[in-house]
Design a protein around this ligand. Structure first.
Ligand SMILES: [Zn+2]
Length: 228
């Protein structure tokens, strides 16, 4: 795959992916890393690709503007935890803790980002386990274990062996969003599909969930901005 820039709009760079299987030109902007990519059939000329990109230039600019830039987590970074914003700072104590609007990491920590990551994962496990225990008790079901991962395509999943998986980035979202995702996965312990029965269990556990789903659709990608 080569990097490609448009002569008439030098600040835009687009990856060109030549594909033998592609039948037509497609242009996409990844919501994860913000890269623009054209997939082009082998037989299409470079001039043709260029014209195609220029034709879509305003769409592309709008899309690229909408993609949040990556943030390297370090002292001074503002980060959301359970929907609240905190400023990452250091203190002389040994533990990571929250105080008013500050997220404090030990000043002797050489990698504050790793300290924050460990803290977020622990907090996420705590919250997820709380709701998973409560919801399974309510339904008379059981899960085998909770696994936290950094997944790109899904916020949670449920295996046929009763294992629940969640993205630890959910701890940055408002608490209701995490709570809804847990209810959703607990409902999958009984219904491994998205049938009417499944949604009625989810609703029974969590209540009306459309706001939380919308939040994830609109803001989910912003949780992936942070690099730890
Ligand atoms: Zn599902």
């Amino acid at each position: 795959m080569d990097e490609y820039s448009i002569p008439e709009a030098a600040d835009l760079s687009v990856l060109i992916h030549r594909s033998r299987r592609a039948r037509r030109l497609t242009l996409r902007v990844s919501s994860v890393d913000g890269r623009a990519k054209v997939t082009a059939p082998d037989f299409i000329s470079e001039a043709h690709i260029n014209a195609f990109i220029l034709k879509n230039e305003s769409w592309l600019r709008e899309k690229l503007g909408a993609v949040p830039t990556l943030i390297d987590v370090t002292i001074g970074t503002r980060i959301q935890i359970e929907g609240q914003e905190y400023l990452l700072s250091s203190h002389s104590k040994r533990a990571v803790c929250l105080s008013d609007e500050l997220l404090l990491v030990p000043e002797r920590s050489s990698l504050p980002n790793r300290s924050v990551l460990a803290y977020l994962k622990e907090l996420c496990r705590d919250r997820v386990t709380y709701w998973a225990d409560l919801y399974t008790k309510k339904r008379g079901t059981q899960y085998t274990k909770v696994t936290l991962r950094d997944t790109r395509s899904r916020w949670g999943s449920c295996t046929d062996r009763g294992g629940l998986m969640f993205s630890w980035r959910l701890i940055m979202a408002p608490p209701a969003v995490l709570q809804y995702v847990v209810a959703h996965e607990v409902a999958h312990l009984e219904e491994m599909n998205h049938s009417k029965a499944f949604w009625s269990i989810t609703k029974g556990l969590y209540g009306e969930y459309s706001k939380e789903r919308d939040w994830l659709r609109k803001n989910g990608a912003s949780l992936h901005r942070f690099r730890f």
